[in-house]
Design a protein around this ligand. Sequence first.
Ligand SMILES: [Zn+2]
Length: 68
Amino acid sequence: METCPKCNSLVRISDSKFAFENDDTPDKETIAYNLMKLVCVNPECEDYCGEDVSNPRIVLDIVKNRVN
Ligand SMILES: [Zn+2]
């Protein structure tokens, strides 16, 4: 698990969604990715995501994992 670079508390996944590459090109293999937004939920932190985790003020990082 990753930690916030500013306050060292554990980051939370705010949102995850799928993204695709080559899905408009029949000649190439379609690649699917899972994109996860990581946010800091420590209210003391400069990079605090705010009260609504699903709609963060600040996104620390976006993790992209290939799923196929
Ligand atoms: Zn933080």
